[in-house]
Ligand binder design. Sequence first.
Ligand code: PLP
Length: 218
Amino acid sequence: MSIKERIKIIKQQISPCALIAVSKTHPALAVKEAHEAGQIDFGENRVQELLDKQAQLPNDIHWHLIGSLQTNKVKFIAPFVYMIHSVDSIKLLEKINMEAAKNNRKINCLMQIYIASEETKHGFDKEEILDFFNTEQFKNFEHITFCGLMGMATNTDDTTQVANEFKNLNHLFNTIKNNHHLPNFKELSMWMSSDYEIAIEQGATMVRIGSSIFGSRS
Ligand SMILES: *Cc1c(COP(=O)(O)O)cnc(C)c1O
């Protein structure tokens, strides 16, 4: 099956959830093919690779940074990045805000929430993020558009556990949304190693899919 056909089928399966096509490790040519099938949103997890592809591909593409981001690399993507899914510290948020200001723009950000039971995943815990919004610290970030939350479930076959992790994330999302005036706070970006159906059932508005579109990574 071609990339175009896969995109079409996956879009139907996940509708009305948005598809972020994760093109990491795949060549610009593959992105071009997906773009010709009408795909606008692409996700990359490494800054250098994102820059290389952005330089070669059409300007109407929305580039999403989905992997952990080092503060010293923010400046490279700040002029054009569409959304950063992986804001996992206040320090990073401050840097994004500063670089966005230099570029005279606002950058769409998702706050990454630590929902998994593994030690290795990044992000804010529930208390930290509630504190950030309740103390109105978010108002200091004039060049950030707070678009929602991102969470990565535990890498496990236990679908009940994954569903519960997403349920907690959704609850947190609604608590923040209902208690603060955040007009663009609409997105829940979820990822799990197995079936994305669980994410959609639990209220994801965006899913990030790579291998099912572009094939496996070497
Ligand atoms: C690679 C990656 C994905 C997509 O994973 P696939 O298994 O290829 O669908 C999603 N989110 C992040 C953060 C990734 O790094």
